[in-house]
Design a protein around this ligand. Structure first.
Ligand SMILES: [Zn+2]
Length: 255
């Protein structure tokens, strides 16, 4: 009996067996492809990213960026005239743009797992910098059309759970308006009509209590700041105090 076991053991550890194991691993990689969402070259090791791309992205996220100077349409504080402070986890690099695009439009939703600890760190940095004891964390809602297309809101999918301990997560207060309202605003393309359309973009849920906690908005990418401005106007007209925004990536203007 023991000689039979020894024989099996010899067989299993023989060079031939190792070759078969390697061949099988190679074969199963072909059968169940798991390419990195960024380079599509190496196999993903975690969160649909390969080791090399993970290292590259981590380098790009090494420091939180103060992004309010990069966008011209951010809401201004009525007292100080200063733009709303925006904390960005990274710049909108080609790699970040690709990652967010895959994540948003190609159903590679697991890639959000890579972003969550990064967003957590940025939220914590914002909380420490602003210095309030508590915050209300309000994600920018997805439009009805985008929810129907994707089945999830990419912004809430990127948020860590739980959120930092000084923050109250509130995805129920800020809502997008019905499609009908948005469609009518495409009638004109002038500045005034665009301003009207951004004003009509959001609404506040009916059964809300204006909160004591200052609000931090969360969005994926900062470009002009018009979305954050529309959300701020809607919330502030309902009695909320918006003090900052956190975004995953910020676009840098060319000049
Ligand atoms: Zn890769």
């Amino acid at each position: 009996m023991s000689s039979l076991l020894q024989a099996i053991d010899r067989l299993a550890t023989s060079p031939a067996a190792r070759t078969i194991t390697r061949a099988w691993q190679g074969m199963s990689n072909l059968l169940i492809p798991n390419p990195c969402v960024l380079c599509a070259w190496d196999d993903a090791v975690q969160y649909q990213l390969c080791a090399r791309c993970t290292a590259l992205l981590k380098e790009q996220h090494a420091q939180v960026v103060q992004a309010q100077d990069f966008a011209d349409s951010l809401p201004l504080n009525t007292v100080t005239g200063m733009a709303l402070p925006v904390f960005a986890s990274s710049f909108y690099t080609p790699e970040m743009s690709k990652l967010l695009l895959r994540f948003k439009d190609h159903q590679r939703v697991n890639a959000a797992g890579f972003l969550r600890p990064i967003v957590y760190r940025t939220l914590q940095h914002a909380a420490d910098t602003l210095g309030y004891p508590y915050y209300r964390l309000v994600p920018i809602p997805a439009s009805g059309a985008s929810m129907r297309k994707r089945g999830y809101n990419p912004v809430t999918a990127m948020l860590p759970r739980p959120v930092p301990p000084t923050m109250l997560y509130d995805a129920g207060t800020l809502k997008t308006r019905w499609q009908l309202y948005n469609r009518s605003s495409h009638a004109g393309t002038g500045v005034q009509s665009r301003r009207d359309s951004s004003r009509k973009k959001f609404r506040v849920a009916l059964r809300h209590n204006p909160a004591a906690e200052p609000v931090i908005l969360v969005d994926d990418v900062l470009t002009t700041g018009a979305t954050l401005a529309a959300a701020t106007r809607t919330l502030e007209s309902a009695g909320f105090d918006v003090v900052a925004a956190v975004v995953v990536a910020t676009v840098v203007p060319r000049n």
